[in-house]
Design a protein around this ligand. Structure first.
Ligand code: HEC
Ligand code: HEC
Ligand code: HEC
Ligand code: HEC
Length: 239
């Protein structure tokens, strides 16, 4: 009896560990599984004959990817590091960015910049200005995020209404703003590292601080970890 309880408790602990550190999910079956039949833009012939409903191909190409041409023009920072075989045409939109006027508890200390880093890769579809089927050598396609699935995932170019991105979040910011954790010492709960190690890209908050394009954690909205009880928000915010 005692042994059995021990065994059950052990299984629960193991289960929680797996949930805590993710990697239980897969892109297959997620909203980023473009092989699902609702993604007609990814099957349309003849333009996308090479795509044939592949999952990875709308974002990455195994050969001759954009990383060497369009990406280097419009995605000027760290293209080599953050354009992993990227093939989707990038957006040239100008964005309205989050403006921090609020200063209670000295929040709003960060300097928010124009989208950069891998957020540019996300926005190449999610700002709604570039066709979903628009690649290095395929320039057509009429379906954009704005007219796909009722525009549910279209952020548009007004990012003043979205959580700030593309800004440095470091130990210094955590001393200016008393209500955020020091990212260099606080565990992320995503993998076994800190917020800085597991969630920031070159020290910056980007879309991938909260999302995983590959659905590694297997939770709603392609989040990097579960946000039940606002756990994702509490990772960085000290409230
Ligand atoms: C919706 C777009 C999208 C799809 C689909 C996608 N990826 Fe990615 N992938 C990204 C982005 C954005 C990055 C860079 C940011 C990051 O590392 O999370 C990336 C990074 C990567 C990396 C380098 C970093 C890492 O996580 O190891 C690999 C390898 C990769 N993807 C492989 C794949 C494979 C294989 C598939 C198909 C099974 C795939 N991706 C599907 C968007 C996508
Ligand atoms: C090739 C185009 C493309 C790129 C690049 C892309 N996405 Fe998506 N994403 C989609 C499509 C298509 C959907 C499904 C939209 C729908 O069904 O309404 C989607 C859905 C989502 C969703 C909603 C998931 C849900 O279950 O509600 C999130 C979150 C998301 N993407 C985040 C990202 C992030 C973050 C990046 C960059 C790391 C990214 N996407 C890059 C095409 C893309
Ligand atoms: C601070 C965390 C955070 C950042 C940064 C962030 N998101 Fe999200 N996003 C979320 C959460 C949480 C949700 C789930 C929806 C909700 O709770 O309202 C979400 C939802 C979404 C959705 C689904 C919208 C819907 O209603 O179906 C898309 C698409 C999306 N995010 C894309 C992005 C892109 C692209 C970026 C970068 C420009 C980004 N997100 C940056 C936290 C974030
Ligand atoms: C990866 C860390 C991280 C995560 C996760 C995160 N935030 Fe933030 N958030 C920040 C940082 C850093 C700032 C900028 C703080 C500053 O400027 O002093 C910020 C800014 C904000 C602001 C703007 C504050 C202002 O002064 O205008 C709000 C509101 C906010 N976050 C809410 C959320 C919510 C809600 C969630 C969960 C969906 C969330 N955040 C998740 C790091 C994060």
């Amino acid at each position: 009896m005692r042994f059995k309880s021990f065994f059950i408790a052990g299984s629960i602990v193991l289960g929680l560990t797996q949930l805590g550190y993710g990697q239980a999910g897969t892109i297959v079956g997620s909203k980023h599984d473009f092989s699902l039949s609702n993604n007609t833009w990814n099957f349309a012939l003849p333009i996308n004959a090479q795509l044939q409903g592949q999952i990875c191909r709308p974002c990455h190409a195994p050969h001759n990817s954009n990383n060497g041409d369009i990406a280097r023009t419009n995605y000027t920072d760290n293209a080599g590091t953050f354009g992993p075989l990227w093939d989707h045409s990038l957006s040239t939109a100008n964005y309205s960015i989050y403006s921090q006027g609020y200063n209670f508890w000295r929040e709003g200390a960060a300097t928010i910049g124009n989208p950069d880093g891998s957020s540019k890769l996300c926005l190449s579809c999610h700002d709604g200005t570039v066709a979903l089927a628009n690649f290095r050598s395929y320039t057509t396609g009429v379906t954009t995020m704005a007219n796909f699935d009722g525009g549910a995932a279209n952020l548009g170019t007004d990012l003043s209404t979205t959580h700030p991105i593309s800004f440095t979040y470091d130990a210094n910011l955590a001393t200016l703003d008393h209500k955020i954790w020091d990212p260099t010492t606080t565990p992320s709960g995503v993998h076994s590292g800190t917020i800085d190690g597991d969630m920031l890209e070159n020290g910056k908050v980007q879309c991938i601080s909260c999302h995983d394009a590959h659905n590694g954690a297997g939770v709603n909205h392609l989040l990097i970890k579960s946000n039940v009880g606002s756990a994702l928000c509490f990772t960085c915010h000290k409230l």
